[in-house]
Design a protein around this ligand. Structure first.
Ligand SMILES: Cc1cc2nc3c(=O)[nH]c(=O)nc-3n(C[C@H](O)[C@H](O)[C@H](O)COP(=O)(O)O)c2cc1C
Length: 496
């Protein structure tokens, strides 16, 4: 397998996709206002590939790409890994190898520790994005083909901006994707939700009585860095270090004049700041719940100092809406990457799945190996207390024999194992995902837990749980081949 060099940026990733027939080119001039976003959704709903728009109406010299996360397999191939679980296992194995006994184990532990050094960011003094610079006074945001993704959106948006901040107290770097509404050529509104690290750094800035906070927004990088930006890496882990682990190689960082380090392979870099006293209302915006998120909260206004970009830039925009779109693929990657961490903290967890139509913050199904009464509720509470998993509205817990990705089996477990008075937990009046369209008020509502495990006698008024039906082994061995032979040429009925 030919890997993608993580040091290269979005242009090389686009080429890599094209070489593998995972990208189509569109020559027809299309507008970033509704047309390109609709096109990208249509392709995604049709199970299509990534798209490169070679001609962008109103933005001469630009190209636009989208659907860069067409499938989980595409990204694992680009990163040269067999599964995303490998990434967190890189860190976990390091922790567990500390008790290495024999010489071979000790050598392995040493080699793993040396690998970790390779994941740390490196400073560089040159970056290709320095090729072109537009000063803030020249209204650079007007010159970038930001999308308007839905007819009733409040304006044009940067839909995959990687917003980089520095925690003002400890200097720890964060990089999160928070949509930015374009106000004019120099200003945008950053929608970092209250639970996210960008918002946290902003609160600390205010607490420290500073007047403004430096921010950089980058658009387009290598896929490992981009997926890290949407990953819920808990504070105080440095996001750039995490990105190094995802890429298998440390991120090369170029420090801007405002002190914010940005990946040197960025396609577009917007340098600027937010003032603590400059807030504005943003939206509506058609988000990943499939509803318009209406303006209720005030968010900080970002002022551009200057914009850097590579020659003949490619703008990357993501589109949200009813699932499954590109963000559903990103969500699945994040689920796979963080599963080993969840299993480390909650050893009873066998598997975990955030169903695509559950919008990730809406629902999770988790299977456990239950040993003691009440354990399913312990797991619910733990997930509601754990970093961004705490935003999940509905937690369904099943036994280890239920495949969490088989929703039919999950429905069977919920229907047959749940006694509502005993097995349903409602937590009223707590924090919710900021975009949840059903919440009582902004970021505030309830949680639902469903214990769909089979109950132990202690949980079942002393009664044993009934036995699951199982076939007689001898009968099965005799009959199976007979039925298989008989039905060999039978097409199968569409039964329901
Ligand atoms: C396409 C896309 C758009 C997103 N937009 C937002 C947003 O506007 N605001 C937000 O707080 N999170 C948004 N997210 C989710 C964050 O990127 C995600 O929660 C990430 O973990 C944030 O980084 P942080 O945990 O370091 O704060 C978006 C995710 C994707 C995939």
């Amino acid at each position: 397998m030919i890997l993608l060099n993580p040091l290269l940026g979005i242009k090389e990733y686009v080429e890599w996709l094209e070489e593998r027939e995972l990208l189509v080119r569109v020559k027809e001039p299309l507008s970033p206002i509704l047309e390109i976003p609709y096109f990208l959704r249509k392709v995604m709903y049709s199970s299509g590939p990534a798209v490169l728009f070679e001609s962008v109406k109103g933005f001469e010299g630009w190209r636009v790409c989208g659907n860069l996360f067409p499938s989980v397999f595409t990204i694992s191939s680009a990163l040269g890994i067999n599964s995303f679980e490998e990434i967190s296992e890189r860190l976990i194995s390091l922790i567990t190898h500390q008790q290495a006994q024999g010489i071979t184990e000790k050598i392995k532990a040493f080699s793993d520790a040396s690998k970790l050094l390779g994941y740390f960011p490196k400073k560089v003094n040159k970056a290709e994005f320095e090729e072109k610079v537009i000063e803030g006074k020249d209204n650079p945001l007007d010159k970038i083909p930001f999308f308007k993704t839905w007819p009733m959106d409040g304006g044009r948006y940067a839909t995959f901006p990687m917003v980089i901040t520095k925690d003002p107290a400890k200097g720890i770097i964060n990089m999160g994707v928070y949509r930015v509404m374009i106000v004019n050529g120099r200003k945008g509104i950053i929608h970092w939700q209250v639970h996210k690290r960008g918002a946290m750094a902003y609160s600390v800035t205010k607490e420290m009585k500073a007047k403004e906070m430096p921010v950089a927004i980058i658009i387009g990088s290598d896929p490992g860095t981009m997926i890290s930006a949407v990953s819920p890496v808990p504070y105080p882990i440095d996001k750039m270090l995490f990105a190094g682990m995802v890429r298998g190689r440390g991120v090369e960082l170029f420090e801007l004049d405002n002190g914010i380090p940005v990946p040197s392979n960025s396609e577009i870099v917007i340098e600027g700041s937010v003032r603590v006293d400059e807030l504005a209302s943003e939206g509506p915006f058609g988000d990943h719940w499939g509803y318009y998120d209406t303006p209720t909260e005030m968010y900080p206004v970002f002022t551009v100092e200057r914009v850097y970009m590579r020659e003949n830039p490619i703008y990357y925009g993501s589109v949200t809406g009813l699932p499954p779109l590109e963000d559903a693929v990103m969500g699945k990657i994040v689920e796979k990457m963080f599963k080993p961490f969840i299993k480390l903290l909650l050893p009873e967890v066998v598997d975990i799945s955030y169903p695509v139509y559950g919008i990730f913050q809406g629902m999770v199904v988790v299977s456990i190996k239950k040993r003691y009464p009440g354990q399913a509720k312990k797991v619910m509470n733990a997930l509601w207390g754990l970093a961004q998993s705490s935003l999940t509205k509905i937690v369904i817990v099943v036994d280890e024999d239920i495949d969490v990705n088989n929703l039919d089996k999950v429905i069977w477990a919920v229907s047959s194992n749940v006694e509502p008075q005993r097995d349903v937990v409602v937590i009223p009046y707590t924090h919710t995902d900021a975009l949840d369209p059903a919440s009582i008020s902004h970021s505030y509502g309830g949680k639902l837990g469903i214990d769909a495990t089979r109950k132990l006698p202690e949980e079942n008024f002393g009664r044993e749980w009934p036995k699951i039906v199982e076939d007689d082994k001898n009968v099965k061995e005799k009959i199976d081949p007979l039925v298989e032979k008989l039905l060999k040429s039978f097409k199968g009925l569409d039964r329901f």
